[in-house]
Design a protein around this ligand. Structure first.
Ligand code: 6R9
Length: 648
């Protein structure tokens, strides 16, 4: 049994939820979901309070998910207006620019109200009305938040395209949701470099309807070309725009946003989230998971281009009247100390990031962390992928100084908010475990072959959800059939997450990764994450990705791509050493068959390793790599192909 980390007495004392509080509230949330969520809905200011709480059907062919159906509200009014009286002068958003020499900004709730109203009026003057779609293609600047909230204010549906995406990806999304307006900036500074967003948008718009308008925020003042009658200068228009714009009354089930996300097949899907349920869920999870208290400074390092940025930089925190930090830059610019310097500078209390960032920083040494004053930190969080125990321990010891609980939050674009996570004042943490269901969430482990629920512990299988929660996606934009097929057809009557998981003897959940990443070696099923975790536990390994490849005798063999720590020599000796290392860490069945030195791994711009590509290379099938254009650095693929291990 590995070490567990119970919450400290002092943390539990002031926490929103302690252990018995969790047990009681969880039990109620599943035995009386109507009563539970009717109560939780009161977190929001409704124009008309809902009387119908849930209408849910997971039956294939008639999947339908509705929460708070007859309620009406406005998301922007909930995130801004209702705070004005009590905290108008409190900082809503701290903005920290890419370049630390540029001053940070503090935007109060009163400022935010004015800015969002102006942006809303600008959008209205461009013809945007309730139900219209607006694409947001911006850097991590305050205008991105204004744009989101301005859309919500007038009932327009936003769809954010991460600023790292190409013109092709952008035009596909503009056309996919038939957007009226694209909001962009001249350039996006990141890590000391600049991406020419306006010029990308110009290219994208060549493939879109002529009627699409382009609203341009000037971030750097860089050179742009201008198309009269199509392009509009945001700063100029905002000067003219009025300071007030009335929030539109929305139905709870009116769409709030669309966010495109990739699945295992086909083109990215437009995940649709709606107004009432999404906001209740984002607000509640933000408060409870991060144990957010009035006055705290909270920082989520994600980009608003991903769901984490939607729920946990903007909507959840602002609905709670929090101070939320928006960071334009990257963890390693100007150097590997930047995250910690920002924490020190703004006295951050809760810090939420991704394991990939933790691993990258861990490889740079402790000094970058220890030279900063991190005494303000009270809680740490991770999201996006399983965290290996070494990274967890480093995060805990070096960043958190052993004082800060770590919430390992498992969720997806599709889920709107956290589904599995420890609650920091309630649960004894286990490094690498996503632990417990959030309130109202009913995870089940299914046998992937039979689709039957497994009730005994410990166990392992595919992770499904048996019932709905308010933050669940409602449909795929324009393609409800695809929604049903993707999530409700493999296991009838359940929402299928696409992830595998383990439930230990205590009933705690451990995500083992996407089920398409599970490999079967000599009849033994193994999570590639397990082998990866073992490899990165070795002091010379910075990062590793493991996939299966066809093996004559074993069925599948284990193929490892390994990135070494800076300065470590790649030798055959070291290969042997690593193989033995994994054998002793996990057992002989996990012994790597092939180890390829990888100077870089193919990652999406959000930092997820693209295992699909690594599998193809390992399988000798690199003729059909598929779309590599969304990779952060497509050139790493060529190097991997060149140096593939089992040639011929
Ligand atoms: C929020 C987000 C979703 C996929 C998900 C899973 C992986 C996310 C995780 C995790 C292990 C965690 N994932 N959180 N795996 N532990 N705490 O990341 O959304 O980009 O849609 O990705 O990410 O595989 O299915 P999204």
């Amino acid at each position: 049994m590995s070490k567990t980390y119970p919450p400290s007495e002092s943390f539990t004392k002031s926490a929103h939820i302690d252990a018995s509080g969790y047990d009681a509230a969880y039990a109620r949330s599943v035995s009386d979901p109507e009563g539970f969520w009717a109560e939780e809905a009161k977190r929001l200011d409704w124009i008309k309070a809902p009387s119908e709480i849930r209408n849910v059907d997971f039956t294939l062919g008639q999947v339908s998910i509705e929460w708070f159906r007859d309620g009406t509200l406005n998301v922007a009014a909930n995130c801004i207006d209702r705070h004005l009286e009590t905290r108008g002068q409190q900082t809503a958003i701290i903005w920290e620019p890419d370049d630390p020499k540029e001053p940070a900004q503090s935007i109060s709730y009163a400022d935010l109200h004015r800015r969002v109203c102006r942006m809303a009026n600008v959008l209205e003057s461009l013809g945007v009305r309730k139900g219209d779609r607006v694409i947001i293609y911006l850097p991590m600047i305050p205008e991105a938040a204004y744009a989101m909230l301005a859309c919500a204010r007038i009932g327009a549906i936003h769809s954010i395209v991460f600023a790292g995406f190409s013109p092709d990806a952008l035009s596909a999304r503009i056309n996919g949701c038939d957007a009226k307006v694209v909001i962009t900036a001249d350039e996006a500074p990141r890590g000391g470099r600049k991406t020419a967003l306006k010029s990308n948008t110009d290219k994208a718009l060549l493939h879109c309807k002529d009627s699409v308008k382009c609203l341009v925020v000037k971030r750097t003042g860089g050179q742009t070309t201008w198309v009269e009658g199509r392009d509009y200068d945001y700063a100029e228009m905002a000067l003219e725009a009025g300071d007030y714009c009335r929030p539109v009354e929305m139905q709870a089930e009116d769409p709030l946003f669309i966010l495109y996300t990739s699945g295992s097949t086909g083109q990215p899907k437009g995940v649709v989230h709606t107004t009432g349920g999404y906001l209740v869920y984002a607000a509640m999870t933000h408060q409870v998971t991060f144990d957010y208290h009035e006055g705290d400074v909270y920082w989520c390092t994600a980009d608003v281009g991903w769901v984490t940025g939607h729920s946990y930089i903007i909507y959840g925190p602002l609905a709670n009247g929090a101070t939320t930090l928006m960071f334009e830059g990257v963890p390693t610019y100007p150097d590997a100390s930047r995250f910690w310097q920002v924490c020190e500078k703004h006295r951050v209390n809760q810090f939420y990031t991704a394991p990939t960032a933790i691993r990258a920083l861990m490889g740079q040494g402790d000094e970058f962390v220890t030279k900063c004053d991190l005494s303000s930190l009270r809680l740490l969080g991770t999201v996006g992928e399983p965290i290996n125990p070494e990274a967890w321990n480093w995060y805990n010891d070096v960043v958190g100084g052993g004082r800060c609980p770590i919430v390992d939050t498992w969720w997806q674009t599709e889920t709107g908010g956290h589904l599995l996570t420890p609650l920091p004042g309630a649960h004894a943490l286990k490094p690498g475990a996503a632990m417990k269901p959030f309130f109202g969430v009913q995870p089940v482990v299914l046998d992937p072959q039979t689709g039957e629920e497994i009730h005994d512990n410990p166990t392992e299988g595919v992770l499904c959800l048996k019932d709905s929660w308010p933050g669940q996606m409602r449909t795929v934009w324009g393609d409800h059939e695809r929604f049903e097929k993707t999530y409700f057809s493999d296991y009838k009557g359940y929402y299928f997450s696409g992830d595998g998981c383990r439930r230990d003897a205590d009933g705690d959940y451990w995500i083992t990764g996407r089920v398409d990443d599970v490999i079967n070696v000599s009849g033994h099923r193994m999570g590639t994450a397990e082998v990866e975790s073992a490899l990165v536990a070795h002091e010379k390994v910075a990062e590793a990705a493991v996939v299966g490849y066809p093996h004559e005798i074993k069925g599948q063999g284990i193929y490892c791509y390994v990135t070494l720590m800076a300065g470590v020599e790649a030798t055959d000796e070291l290969r042997k050493e690593l193989r033995n290392w994994v054998r002793t860490e996990i057992g002989p069945i996990a012994s790597p068959d092939l180890i390829q030195w990888a100077p870089g791994l193919p990652k999406t711009r959000s930092g997820k390793i693209m295992r699909r590509i690594l599998r193809k290379i390992a399988e000798n099938d690199y003729g059909s790599l598929g779309d590599t254009s969304t990779l952060a650095d497509p050139s790493v693929v060529d190097d991997l192909i060149e140096n593939r291990m089992n040639k011929g």
